[in-house]
Ligand binder design. Structure first.
Ligand code: TRP
Ligand code: SF4
Length: 413
């Protein structure tokens, strides 16, 4: 058994059994932050698991419903970037959320069983309202978007969901929703009918009490109600042992697992920070795009701020106070890093000199990406057929799950 870099066991069985699912909002052209924070992880996963990667275009509406006009162009650009960094359509399925309508139906059904309080207590709900003050986030869609994400995940019965720290709470919600759903509906088709018949045999008063206690336990997790209900069953004389067993099972759910509980796979890759030392993000205007032209890469890094103590070349500095140093951590080997620390602290090197190896490494990394992106841009029909195939593969899995869901809820036989 081999341990993968992120602590996940990569065994042949894992490969067969686990399905990986992840999504990204269509923000348009991706940048180095996405590459080192997310995509490198996807690149690794695609060779060990069956991977589904999708453009979460409906999710873009949850914070941006006023401007839907850019979403489809951004979607295409993002998929081109995925392909250009080396996501292989033969190894991964690439699709677009809005083209797989099954997500919407599952979201609707899950919304019926999800307590409002579960959504209201998710940290991102209040946090984002603080951060995005200028936006109208008082919508139903914004409150419900973590549940839409749950539907995205559950519909593929994904075992692993690679996400960043900020999304772990959403995977946790997904697990709770799956558990609740299985609990409510995960029984054999005639199980509920048989259980109901058995309840009736207990007599009106006991039947009523049993129903009430069961409700308290399944809906509110009331342990005491569970204990009382068990004691009630123990004391029943009028019902057969078979019926008693059935009612114990009915009490705790104990049925079939329809929706699988996923695990979050925390992405722990070295993060490239922004040109100004903050997180790399389009909204901070501190990015290097994956398709950034070479002259622009050169210029952006040359003009990056450095340790403010180094006003002149003869002033010593401290790499820890310099955003360029974080680039060295990602791109440079030990000998270069030693050279930087020594040269910076003793004022032996100038900042431009120090930036040179970073510029070269970024140029080298992005040249082939840019080239492939150009090829795909000139051949959009290939990109479209990759997306079509991905959507088809996704639909096949999604329909299968939804079929089970509809059966479990008795909409179909
Ligand atoms: N909410 C995620 C984000 O904002 C994107 C996303 C939507 C997602 N559905 C998902 C990620 C399902 C993982 C799995 O980044
Ligand atoms: Fe930053 Fe390098 Fe200049 Fe030191 S020498 S301040 S690490 S750019």
């Amino acid at each position: 058994m081999r341990l993968g870099e992120k602590g996940v066991r990569l065994t042949p069985q894992a490969k067969q059994n686990e399905r990986v699912l992840s999504g990204m909002r269509p923000t348009g052209m991706l940048h180095l932050g996405h590459y080192h924070g997310v995509l490198k992880n996807w690149l690794e996963l695609q060779h060990s698991y069956e991977c589904f990667f999708f453009v979460a275009d409906w999710h873009a509406l949850t914070t941006n419903y006023e401007e839907p006009q850019d979403i489809s162009a951004n979607t295409l650009d993002m998929v081109i970037d995925w392909l250009s960094v080396g996501i292989v359509p033969g190894a991964s399925h690439l699709f677009v959320q809005s083209r797989v309508h099954e997500h919407a139906e599952l979201h609707l059904l899950l919304s019926m069983v999800t307590p409002l309080s579960w959504l209201e207590r998710i940290p991102s709900y209040k946090d984002q309202q603080q951060v995005l003050k200028g936006k109208d986030l008082a919508t139903y869609g914004f409150l419900g978007y973590p549940l839409l994400q749950s539907a995205d995940i559950l519909i593929y019965r994904a075992g692993l969901v690679p996400v960043g720290e900020d999304q772990v709470a959403h995977v946790e919600l997904t697990r709770e929703v799956a558990r609740r759903f299985n609990h409510l509906y995960g029984t054999e088709p005639d199980f509920a009918a048989k259980a109901e018949k058995a309840i009736a045999k207990m007599g009106n008063k006991n039947a009523k009490l049993y129903r009430q206690l069961r409700k308290q336990y399944t809906e509110q997790g009331d342990q005491e109600a569970l204990e009382v209900a068990k004691a009630l069953l123990e004391g029943q004389q009028n019902i057969s042992i078979g019926d008693k067993e059935r009612l114990f099972g009915y009490l705790e759910g104990g049925g079939k697992i329809i929706l699988r509980e996923p695990e979050a796979l925390l992405t722990k890759q070295a993060k490239v920070i922004g040109l100004d030392g903050q997180k790399m993000s389009k909204s901070y205007n501190n990015t290097i795009a994956l398709r950034e032209p070479p002259e622009s890469i050169e210029k952006k890094i040359r003009t990056m701020p450095t340790d403010p103590a180094r006003v002149r070349k003869k002033d010593p500095g401290d790499p820890e106070k310099c955003p360029v140093w974080s680039f060295h951590q990602v791109y440079s080997d030990q000998s270069v890093k030693d050279w930087v620390v020594e040269g910076c602290k003793t004022a032996g090197i100038g900042c431009l000199e120090c930036k040179r190896p970073v510029i070269e490494a970024v140029q080298q990394e992005l040249a082939p990406v840019r080239e492939r992106a150009e090829e795909y841009t000139e051949d959009i029909s290939t990109v479209e057929s990759i997306i079509n195939e991905g959507c088809e593969a996704a639909r096949e899995v999604a329909r299968d799950t939804l079929d089970d869901v509809r059966k479990a809820m008795r909409f179909i036989k």
